[in-house]
Design a protein around this ligand. Structure first.
Ligand code: FMN
Length: 221
């Protein structure tokens, strides 16, 4: 599957089978998290076979079932965008390894997560993962025109970036982000007001960069 196909195939899944994460997939995820932690100054941790964070009434209310594995998205307190980007890279890797995922900021027991949090860091949220009882379903998304501003004709690379950003998961599916093309090659990404919109923006920026490709454009300062 190419990257767009992985993004199209990913949907939030909240119910998982008993199957354990196969060792090769767990190792691939750990390696990717280690690399992202080094590069982006994060402290994300894979936690396997730990059911208590998703065993209480909050998880039940959130319709989570049989969640035993998750990534604890730990990082500096103000690193929401990096957490969004680093977490989503892990989500897309998990999807390509045949796993299903769901970002979770609210409907879990934060105090039960056995992760290491150093001074100056916090547990921003988690990504539940495992083999889903289903592959999830598509949710309605806003048209690209509502998610970006471009003067004149939209360049093809920018359209591909926006098609990828449109598929990014956001808290409560709010999609409160805006990408603006400045000049011919500079992209300004902005989070709008709302809960978790900085993390959402990091996720959307990760998707945009994958869709637009590495060459011929840059982020605004
Ligand atoms: C930062 C963030 C936090 C989220 N928190 C929760 C949560 O607490 N509980 C939940 O059930 N889903 C949560 N979600 C999942 C979103 O509801 C879901 O991604 C969105 O509805 C879009 O659906 P999709 O992921 O299937 O495309 C969260 C998603 C993100 C990006």
């Amino acid at each position: 599957m190419d990257r767009m196909e992985v993004m199209r195939a990913r949907h939030s899944v909240r119910s998982f089978t008993d199957r354990q994460v196969v060792p090769a997939a767990a190792q691939a995820l750990r390696d990717a998290l280690d690399e992202a932690n080094r590069e982006q100054g994060l402290h994300m941790q894979l936690i396997l076979d730990e059911p208590s964070a998703f065993s209480g009434p909050l998880a039940h209310y959130g319709k989570f079932h049989n969640v035993k594995n998750y990534i604890a998205l730990v990082g500096p307190k103000n690193a929401q965008r990096s957490i969004g980007c680093g977490g989503e890279q892990a989500v897309l890797l998990a999807q390509s390894l045949g796993l299903n995922t769901c970002w979770v900021a609210m409907t879990y027991r934060r105090g039960k997560v056995p992760c290491t949090v150093e001074t100056g860091e916090k547990l921003h949220c988690v990504v539940a993962l495992g083999y889903g009882t289903t592959q999830g379903v598509s949710h309605p998304v806003k048209p690209i025109e509502q998610l970006c501003r471009v003067d004149g004709a939209m360049p093809e690379w920018f359209r591909r970036g926006m098609e990828a950003a449109q598929l990014a998961p956001t808290a409560m599916n709010q999609q409160k982000f805006l990408f603006t093309l400045e000049g011919t090659d500079t992209v300004r990404a902005k989070a709008l007001a709302g809960p978790y919109t900085q993390i959402d923006l990091g996720i959307a920026m990760c998707h945009f960069a994958l869709g637009a490709g590495a060459e011929g454009w840059r982020w605004a300062d």
